[in-house]
Design a protein around this ligand. Structure first.
Ligand code: GTP
Ligand code: MG
Length: 248
C-alpha cells in the first residue's frame, strides 16, 4: 500500500534495475557506475562478456552485481543479466552501455514517460548529437527507423542503447537476439505487440576505451546486416501469420 504521511498518499516508488553489458571496459566502467543516479536505482547488473581486463573487478569495487557470459555478443550479455532479475523482478529495467558514451545522469529522462503512465518502452534518441556517432551509424540508424515506420507505423529516430522498459513489457517481448540485433529486435517486437513507447532526446559523446562495433568495418557491416536481416525476417513472419489468419 502507498505510504500515507499526514493524510497524503504517495505512489509507491518505482523499482529500477540497470543492466550494463560490458566487454573490456575497465577504463570507462567506473565513470559510468559513479554517474548513475543511485537514489533512483535498486541494483546495477554488469554482464561481463568474457573480458580479459579488470572489468569485473572494477564493477564490484563500485558496488555493482557482476554476472558472467562467456558467449560474446551484446544480446547474449543482456539476456544473461535479465536472468539475474527473475527471482525478484524490478518494475523497470534500464539498459546502458559500459563505454561512457551515454550520460548516465540522464536516466530520469528515460523514466519520466513510464512514471507518467505514457509509455512502457522509452528510447534515448541520440539523433541530434554530432559527437560519438559515426556517419555509418547515423545512416544505418536512419534506414532502420524508416523501415520501422514503413513496416509498423512507429516513429523512432534512433536505435539508441540507453533505454528503459517495464519489466512486464520486456518479458512479453521474448527477446532472443544474442548480438547486434538486440536494440532493433526490441523495437520491432514492441511495435508488433502495440506496446506504448516514447523517445526522449539524450546526449552522446566519444566512448572511453577501444571501439568494438561502430569504429570497426567488421562491426559496422555486421551490425547493419543483422539489423536489416532481422527487419526482413519479422516482416516475413508477419506476412505468414496474416496469410494463416485469412485461411478458412
Ligand atoms: N561490441 C561488443 N560489445 C559488447 C559485447 N558484449 C558486451 N558489450 C558491451 O556493449 C556496449 C556497446 O559496445 P560498443 O563497443 O560501445 O559498441 P558501439 O557503441 O556500437 O561502438 P563504439 O562505442 O564505437 O565501440 C559496451 O558496453 C560493450 O562493452 C560484445 O560481445 N561485443
Ligand atoms: Mg559504444
Amino acid at each position: 500500500m502507498a505510504p500515507a504521511v499526514h493524510g497524503l498518499c504517495y505512489p509507491p516508488a518505482v523499482i529500477v534495475d540497470v543492466i550494463i553489458p560490458a566487454l573490456n571496459e575497465e577504463e570507462a566502467l567506473p565513470h559510468v557506475l559513479r554517474e548513475i543516479p543511485h537514489e533512483l536505482v535498486r541494483d546495477i547488473i554488469v554482464a561481463d562478456n568474457g573480458s580479459t581486463d579488470r572489468t569485473a573487478d572494477v564493477a564490484r569495487e563500485e558496488g555493482a552485481k557482476v554476472v558472467t557470459e562467456h558467449e560474446k555478443g551484446y544480446g547474449a550479455a543482456c539476456l544473461r543479466a535479465m536472468r539475474e532479475l527473475e527471482a525478484d523482478p524490478p518494475d523497470v529495467v534500464v539498459f546502458l552501455d559500459g563505454d561512457h558514451s551515454d550520460y548516465p545522469e540522464e536516466l530520469p529522462l528515460l523514466l519520466q514517460p513510464i512514471k507518467d503512465g505514457n509509455a512502457q518502452l522509452v528510447i534515448g534518441s541520440r539523433d541530434k548529437q554530432r559527437a560519438g556517432l559515426t556517419p555509418q551509424q547515423r545512416v544505418g540508424n536512419r534506414v532502420a527507423c524508416i523501415a520501422l515506420r514503413g513496416l509498423y507505423g512507429v516513429s523512432y529516430t534512433d536505435l539508441g542503447p540507453f533505454r528503459a522498459i517495464t519489466y512486464d513489457a520486456l518479458m512479453s517481448l521474448g527477446m532472443a537476439d544474442r548480438n547486434w540485433g538486440w536494440t532493433v529486435e526490441m523495437q520491432i517486437k514492441a511495435a508488433q505487440l502495440d506496446i506504448a513507447y516514447a523517445e526522449v532526446p539524450v546526449r552522446y559523446r566519444e566512448r572511453i576505451g577501444v571501439s568494438k562495433v561502430s569504429g570497426t568495418v567488421r562491426g559496422t557491416l555486421g551490425a547493419s546486416a543483422k539489423i536489416l536481416w532481422l527487419l526482413g525476417r519479422h516482416v516475413l513472419s508477419d506476412l505468414e501469420s496474416e496469410g494463416e489468419d485469412r485461411r478458412p
